[in-house]
Write a protein that binds this ligand. Structure first.
Ligand SMILES: Nc1ncnc2c1ncn2[C@@H]1O[C@H](COP(=O)(O)OP(=O)(O)O)[C@@H](O)[C@H]1O
Ligand SMILES: [Mg+2]
Length: 357
């Protein structure tokens, strides 16, 4: 899968700009704050429907304009696809696929795929569990529509339950109504658990292989999806727990169990890497997960996703840099870096990025 052409109009630092990308490696070179990440943000926006920089999407509209626009022309194995997004300072964005307006984000997801990698993602392994759940959500939302809809419903039900927990000082008042939310939450939680557990099972061999490669065969990676409940009758167990622990959740003011609290446990040679791994091991593991993501998407959709590497080379040592570059032969890759980081190892189409040009 490739992005052939990108058009940006009044999008962040760009007034009107098009990029025609090579199918292989593309290198966006420029000083700081010239607009390199803005390009990657726009591409990933069209793929996951969100910005990785902000949750306030109107921020992407150029300061001097009222409306912004981006268009991506993607080429896939079996069909090409054109994605357009229209942003406004006083309205929600609208989306078109091949010229036709869509109304649900679920219709966009899966139209194109990408793996995004930045220095932030290098912290994937050592940061809070939320980051690892986000990792799962970003990959699964792109490849599994059912998952995306389940997650959306789950988040709504969870918010409603939490709101109810905080709505009164008297537990008796909400005892009956909360049952409806408990049932919905347990049912959705059980379904999401199954999808996530299957995902981690499918991802693990790829992560193992990538990690073996990155660590020169020295480290064996294992991982496991960890949920509040496990095994058979997840739903029943959760429902029971929720009703038994209502007092506790009421005091806390939020729901203490469910897939919004889950975790991926990762081990290297049997040692838990989040708490006991060195910084180098944690970074290598993050890279392994990202490379596994690439293979997972290939396995699911039948072709490699676009690889977006924002500023990562400065963060990696020569060995890992070289190994990561090896992977780029499989995919269309878009790399951002400063002139200083650009090495002779980089071979590709060069775009000089200078603000307002
Ligand atoms: N909505 C916006 N309108 C105009 N310029 C913006 C907007 N948002 C960000 N910018 C500009 O984009 C620059 C950052 O671009 P970025 O792509 O992050 O740079 P880098 O080349 O370092 O990756 C900032 O300096 C800012 O001036
Ligand atoms: Mg940047």
């Amino acid at each position: 899968m490739q992005i052939k052409k990108l058009t940006l109009k009044d999008y962040r630092s760009y007034q009107n700009k098009t990029f025609e990308f090579s199918n292989k490696v593309n290198i966006l070179v420029g000083k700081n704050a010239q607009g390199k990440t803005n390009v990657v943000e726009a591409i990933f926006f069209m793929i996951i429907g969100k910005s990785f920089k902000t949750s306030k999407e109107k921020e992407v509209v150029s300061w001097q304009a009222e409306n912004g626009y981006i268009k991506g022309e993607f080429s896939k194995k079996y069909r090409d696809v054109e994605i357009e997004m229209f942003f406004g300072k006083d309205r929600k964005k609208t989306i078109k696929i091949d010229g036709i307006s869509i109304h649900k984000m679920g219709e966009l997801l899966g139209s194109a795929n990408a793996v995004f990698f930045s220095p932030e993602e290098l912290k994937l392994v050592k940061e809070s569990p939320e980051e690892r759940r986000r990792f799962i959500n970003v990959v699964l939302s792109q490849t599994n529509k059912k998952y995306f809809y389940l997650l959306g419903r789950y988040e709504k039900v969870l918010a409603s339950r939490n709101k109810l927990l905080k709505s009164t000082q008297d537990l008796q008042e909400i005892k009956d109504t909360i049952d409806i939310w408990d049932r919905a939450l347990a049912e959705l939680s059980a379904k999401i658990y199954v999808e996530r557990e299957n995902f981690i099972k499918e991802l693990t061999p790829f992560a193992k292989k990538a990690h073996e490669y990155l660590s020169n065969g020295e480290e064996k990676l294992e991982m496991q999806y960890k949920s509040s409940f496990e095994g058979e009758d997840y739903e029943g167990k959760m429902l029971k727990y929720l009703s038994k622990n209502l007092q506790k959740d009421f005091k806390l003011g939020y729901t203490s169990v469910g897939v919004h609290r889950d975790e991926i446990d990762i081990y290297l040679n049997g040692v838990e890497v989040k708490n006991f791994g060195s910084q180098g091991q944690q970074r290598t593991t993050a890279l392994s997960l990202k490379l596994a993501e690439l293979e997972f998407i290939k396995n699911r959709v039948g072709e490699y996703p676009i690889l977006l590497l924002d500023d990562v080379f400065s963060e990696l040592d020569a060995n890992r840099r070289k190994k990561l570059l090896n992977f780029t032969s499989k995919t269309q890759t878009i790399i951002t870096c400063t002139e200083f980081e650009k090495t002779k190892d980089f071979d590709g189409k060069i775009f000089e990025i200078v603000k307002n040009q």
